[in-house]
Design a protein around this ligand. Structure first.
Ligand code: NA7
Length: 536
């Protein structure tokens, strides 16, 4: 097809998660020829892959869903305040059914290469079986947390029992009854799955390296009347979300911790700890995430809660983080997580005190003890933010590799585009406002769609950000991120993954300003007819 100079498609989209589905919808609205290529056997992205027991939203269902379609808002009923994976997967399929998006999607297709063809001004993609696809524009919807990583513990391949990465969970139900189960990791994922596995497993051993500060989710069912009320409130809710810094329904507050007496603080925290969702994290005193002294006070409060909830004092102390304060990493939301350690079949092992030596055929060996294990669960996280971009051989003009260009950390313009990569758009790439991810996706995909529409209307076949603007944006992202305490801590948000040789150093890989500022900057670029780009 390259001989004809006309690419196969106007737009190719990689990934059929929330980004890919919505981008597909928008491209259909534009009336362009579009195709979505997806590795998995169906839609859903995060909600397709992460089907482990206990997987659910940590953010209110009705704020996490899409807002682009009034019909979807009118028709869809959420059954829980924090919907489980199965329901979210069903929701995404419902949208694909409703808008017949399936017709433009191809599954079981892993894009391995995407090379810009300067002569023909198009993208040439290759899949795992060598098939080629060409398009004028390319949109990546490949996710922030989609490339799972196994621990770099010797012997991972020697294990003969059942082994699972939480993000590659099988579709069939896994039965842990009568089994000795081990889990590695205590991140947001592990904290969801641990109470579920502990319910049935003969024994569950949790191998913890760095503890995290988790707070209660307080999930509950949504009855028909309540759903009706939620539905009526959608316009107001959207306004509130749009005005909030991280696009959650929880807003930051202006109250200073130093204006409150210790008693007032305690009462406020008790109240917030009892509320569902991210409120305790986001709607806390304004200094809690910026001032170490304030952060220590709120951390003490959560530590006290952990001590109250975990009966064994040794275990309670081990579950309290020492290396970082509350809220500086992604706060895991829990349902009876701490009480799970009071069950006789559950035991915590501290890998900082007794490091793991190796994984063996039938278990795990630490410096002190041998653990016989029938099933291992790796809740060990992802090569985050840039990992999905590293998994594809992306090359721009003159063969520039994306990997090389991002060696010292990502360089983008608006988190949506990058230099030397013409006609290349990222939905949820590095340097974007994350927060409530679907809100960011709706915005990013909307911006990209409007841009493509503009280009087509003006017969522009090639768009690429000017280098000085990539420079400016990347600097801006670093500037606004540098004073945040969360950027001084190792976590996936700062690009650290101790299992990967190339990811030991912190980088500022996310936009840490407010979603409002992010949108207003991007809107200004569109309003100026993309004059910070080279248009041909
Ligand atoms: P995370 O948050 O990256 O957590 C991974 C966990 O696995 C974390 O506790 C790690 O400990 C642990 N880990 C990783 N490698 C090892 C080795 N080699 N040995 C021991 N422990 C290890 O991933 P999640 O899937 O929980 O959550 C990802 C995001 O998805 C989450 O933030 C939500 O936004 C949704 P460490 O902290 O590195 O010591």
């Amino acid at each position: 097809s390259l001989d004809t100079k006309q690419p196969d498609y106007d737009v190719l989209i990689i990934g059929a998660g929330l980004s890919g589905c919505y981008a597909c919808y928008r491209m259909r609205q534009l009336g362009v020829k579009v195709k979505v290529l997806e590795t998995g056997s169906s839609v859903g992205g995060t909600w397709f892959w992460n089907r482990y027991p206990g997987a659910r939203f940590d953010c209110e269902s009705y704020t996490y869903g899409f807002f682009f379609s009034q019909d979807v808002l009118d028709e869809w009923k959420w059954s829980e305040h924090f919907a489980p994976q199965e329901e979210t997967e069903r929701y995404i399929r419902f949208i694909c059914d409703k808008y017949k998006l399936w017709e433009d999607m191809q599954f079981n297709t892993r894009v391995t290469r995407a090379h810009w063809q300067a002569d023909d001004c198009c993208w040439k993609l290759t899949d795992q079986s060598g098939r080629i696809y060409t398009s004028r524009f390319l949109i990546t919807g490949i996710g922030l947390l989609s490339e799972p990583t196994l621990p770099n513990i010797p012997g991972v391949n020697d294990f003969q029992g059942e082994a699972f990465h939480t993000s590659r969970w099988p579709e069939n139900v896994v039965d842990f009854k009568d089994k000795d189960v081990g889990i590695i990791g205590v991140g947001a994922t592990a904290i969801q799955i641990i109470p579920e596995v502990a319910r049935t497993a003969k024994s569950l051993t949790v191998f913890q390296r760095t503890p995290n500060w988790a707070i209660p989710l307080h999930n509950s069912k949504i009855g028909p009347d309540e759903m009706e009320t939620i539905r009526k409130g959608y316009p107001e809710l959207l306004k509130k979300i749009d005005a909030s810094r991280l696009s959650f329904m929880h807003e930051g507050i202006d109250d200073s911790i130093w204006d409150a007496t210790p008693e007032e603080r305690e009462a406020f925290w008790e109240l917030m700890y009892a509320q569902p969702g991210f409120g305790f994290w986001i709607s806390n005193y304004k200094e809690t995430l910026t001032d170490l002294k304030a952060n220590a006070l709120v951390s003490d409060f959560v530590a006290k809660k952990i001590r109250q909830r975990v009966k064994d004092p040794w275990t309670a102390e081990k579950l309290i983080p020492k290396t970082h304060g509350f809220g500086l990493r992604r706060v895991p939301m829990e349902t009876h997580y701490y009480e799970t350690y009071n069950q006789p079949n559950v035991r915590l092992v501290d890998l900082l005190e007794t490091p793991v030596d190796r994984i063996k055929e039938d278990g795990l060996q630490t410096s002190q003890e041998e653990f016989k294990i029938d099933a291992i669960i790796y809740a060990t996280g992802f090569s985050a933010i840039t990992g999905a971009f590293e998994a594809v051989d992306f090359r721009g003009d003159d063969g520039t590799r994306l990997l090389d260009q991002w060696k010292e950390g990502p360089r983008t313009y608006l988190g949506l585009t990058t230099q030397h990569f013409p006609n290349f758009f990222m939905s949820i790439g590095p340097h974007q406002a994350y927060g409530n991810i679907p809100r960011s996706i709706e915005y990013a995909v909307g911006w990209i769609s409007e841009c493509i529409e503009y280009l087509m209307q003006h017969h522009i076949t090639c768009i690429e950000p000017k280098e000085e603007w990539v420079e400016e944006w990347t600097e801006h992202v670093h500037d606004i991120g540098k004073d945040l305490l969360s950027n001084t801590v190792d976590s996936w948000m700062t690009g650290v993954n101790k299992n990967l040789a190339g990811k030991q150093k912190r980088t500022i890989a996310r936009y840490s300003g407010s979603a409002l500022d992010f949108r207003s900057r991007c809107n200004a670029v569109a309003a100026a007819h993309y004059d910070t780009f080279t248009l041909k």
